[in-house]
Design a protein around this ligand. Structure first.
Ligand SMILES: [Zn+2]
Length: 401
């Protein structure tokens, strides 16, 4: 037994730390305890002051249309996302590709053009915290009026609004970690959910980034630019759990194995949370459980301080207790998680009552919940990045339009 433990320790010592494999992490090593990063009460108050529901609504309204992949309306929504981020001074790229789709009807079959949008604020090209959503709406039929206000226009508007409010701080303060937003295309299945018919955009982008050397260091891939939070100290349980050979020496040498990154995917936000019968977000991933709990702690502190809009709070929006069921719900985080990226799946479960119904329109939006979600998720993002919200930026923020 003892010999086995020693052998294991020996192997772990032999295993090179990720920093020696990928220069990006040497450049920006930062290991801090969750407590050290916690925003003070006054800082949480400052975060709440950054909320501006009219600004959020300006980002949201152009997305409240039927926006099926490949359609003109979808292209207009994509342009709105690009314009919004570029007007904030962000770098915006698209990942355009063609993929085959199943034959749904006369209108929808053959191949389709897809386009992921990636917005980045990163001063020196190092690692990023990534927030993601899918911006297309599901195709049901040529005559369907399904718009998907909560699936996932609201989540995408939350991402842009977080960017708008935090950009002035990212500009003025020495923030070690960049912030990146991914707007995925083609999350929805066209016919029946399967490994080929779903997650078109996230599958393409994850593979592309696994294959693309990082511009600053070709021993790193683009996947390495998603931020690493803590020391590499063990084989991530989810890789062992899946029984797949992700952790092999060749993979480490190629820099493909990136166990310490974080991608937070938001989906299906917008309906009421907090009431006793309401759906809630669950803590699904053991490897990111602690980070997930930082979100639920921000929520409970805001609640305790009276900094959330009054709402039914029979239950918290973000349920802190572990409920580890990795991969149980497939969404845009899966292709990244399968490649060793640490993920949080921020999505209410069970699905909200309007899910995949035509009633998922503007009327389905519960504004108090959205206002509170903005406070919680803005607080988490600021805390994670180490933003100091009390020192007000000198230059005026380059706000939308
Ligand atoms: Zn959906």
């Amino acid at each position: 037994m003892e010999r086995e433990v020693s052998a294991l320790l020996f192997c772990l010592l032999l295993l090179p730390p990720l920093s020696s494999l990928c220069g990006l992490s040497q450049q920006r090593e930062r290991i801090r305890d969750a407590k050290e990063r916690e925003l003070t009460d006054a800082e949480l108050e400052a975060i709440v002051d950054l909320n501006d529901i009219d600004r959020f609504d300006e980002y949201l309204q152009p997305m409240l249309v039927r926006r099926v992949s490949g359609s003109a309306a979808h292209a207009a929504v994509r342009q709105h996302i690009i314009d919004s981020l570029e007007s904030l001074g962000w770098t915006v790229e698209t990942d355009d590709f063609v993929d085959a789709i199943p034959e749904v009807d006369d209108e929808m079959q053959g191949t389709l053009n897809f386009s992921n949008v990636i917005g980045t604020w990163n001063r020196d090209g190092g690692r990023n915290l990534v927030l993601g959503c899918h911006y297309e709406s599901k195709y049901f039929s040529a005559t369907s009026g399904f718009m998907g206000a909560t699936d996932s226009a609201v989540s995408c508007a939350i991402l842009i609004d977080i960017a708008a409010s935090l950009t002035p701080f990212l500009q003025e303060q020495q923030i070690e970690t960049g912030l990146q937003l991914m707007f995925f295309d083609g999350e929805e299945a066209f016919l029946r959910w399967s490994s080929e018919d779903s997650l078109y955009g996230s599958r393409h982008l994850a593979q592309l980034w696994q294959d693309t050397p990082h511009p600053l260091n070709d021993s790193c891939t683009m996947l390495d630019s998603i931020v690493r939070r803590r020391h590499f100290h063990a084989i991530p349980p989810h890789l062992v759990f899946r029984g797949e050979k992700k952790l092999d020496e060749a993979g480490i040498q190629r820099g493909i194995f990136v166990p310490q990154e974080l991608l937070v995917v938001l989906d299906l936000f917008g309906t009421e949370l907090g009431c006793s019968g309401c759906t809630r977000v669950l803590n699904f991933f053991e490897i990111t459980s602690e980070t997930y709990q930082e979100i639920s702690t921000v929520e409970s502190r805001l609640e305790f301080l009276g900094l959330l809009e009054p709402h039914q709070n029979d239950r918290t929006y973000f349920h802190p207790d572990p409920m580890f069921a990795e991969g149980f719900l497939e969404d845009d985080h899966i292709p990244f998680w399968e490649r060793g990226v640490k993920v949080i799946h921020g999505m209410p479960f069970p699905y909200p009552p309007v899910w995949h119904k035509e009633t998922d329109n503007a009327d389905a939006i519960h504004w108090v919940t959205v206002e509170n979600l903005l406070r919680i998720l803005r607080g988490f993002t600021a805390q994670y990045l180490g933003i100091q919200p009390l020192s007000s930026p000198e230059s005026s923020p380059p706000l939308f339009k």
